[in-house]
Design a protein around this ligand. Structure first.
Ligand code: FPP
Length: 254
């Protein structure tokens, strides 16, 4: 493997061992903007360019599910002008990208408490989800007004209601039952989680789902994160041995 973090090339990737599901915490837009003397929204606008590039790169190498943490439950606490700007950017980007998503056979899905988003956002999301529903190449999952704890709580409430109505019993609650009550229930768990910007935290993202995910922390701020950085993360993933609690010997083919 080459040593430079910028040198990863698509040819180095083993196409037979591409992670099926990659989840990304896109971090560093604010710091990127500040370092250039601009307001935070400038960073988010440039972050959208990276979003486009990484969606394309992921679908090209055969990733089947790509989850992007676009807006967390905690992000509602940011200054109103930033929240409004992000919502505008979201509607605008999703609208603009719908023809490309359709053409590239990418299906859009959302996770999170999207009822909290402005009506305009919800309308656009519903329109794009519907327009791209036949996309078979890759599923793009946007986490919006999402947090891992929120999802676990809503799943527990759903199960509690099912017990109350007699549809299930406490004895029937297992990993599968909780999995399917989560917003992420229809998707496989992420194989690889990437966080940009040098921060090494999970920040309430996919808490249940990342139990066995490999984690790649990139020092690059999201607006500077290029397809080569994404390939680097994939190569890092491919260099790991995933044992799911077993020994190396048990993982050898019989
Ligand atoms: C984190 O950077 C980024 C966000 C909270 C928003 C991410 C949103 C986008 C990239 C644009 C819209 C997305 C889509 C999918 C259309 P930060 O602001 O926390 O950066 P900082 O840690 O440097 O302050």
């Amino acid at each position: 493997m080459k040593s430079s973090p910028r040198s990863a090339a698509i040819e180095e990737i083993d196409k037979t061992r591409v992670p099926e599901h990659v989840a990304i915490i896109m971090d560093g837009n604010g710091r990127w903007a500040k370092s250039k003397g601009h307001i935070r929204l400038f960073g988010h606008r440039h972050g959208v360019k990276t979003v486009r590039e990484i969606i394309e790169a992921a679908s090209e190498i055969g990733v089947k599910y790509l989850t992007l943490y676009a807006f967390s439950t905690e992000n509602w606490n940011r200054p109103q002008s930033e929240v409004n700007g992000l919502m505008e950017l979201l509607v605008e980007t999703i609208k603009d990208e719908t023809p490309t998503l359709m053409e590239k056979e990418i299906r859009l899905k959302t996770i999170g408490n999207i009822e909290q988003l402005p009506a305009k956002c919800n309308l656009q999301l519903a329109e794009t989800v519907e327009a791209t529903k036949e996309g078979k190449r890759m599923t793009l999952i946007l986490a919006l007004s999402y947090s891992g704890r929120w999802d676990i709580i809503q799943a527990v409430k759903k199960i509690a209601r099912d017990i109350q109505s007699g549809k299930t019993t406490p004895e029937n609650i297992d990993e599968n039952a909780l999995n399917s009550a989560l917003n992420t229930g229809e998707f496989p768990n992420p194989d690889l989680l990437i966080r940009t910007s040098g921060e090494q935290r999970i920040s309430n993202f996919l808490l249940w789902e990342i139990a066995y995910s490999e984690i790649h922390f990139s020092p690059v701020l999201w607006p500077d994160f290029k397809r080569e950085d994404f390939y680097r993360a994939i190569l890092d993933y491919q260099s790991r041995e995933r044992r799911f609690g077993k020994t190396s010997e048990q993982m050898l083919p019989h």
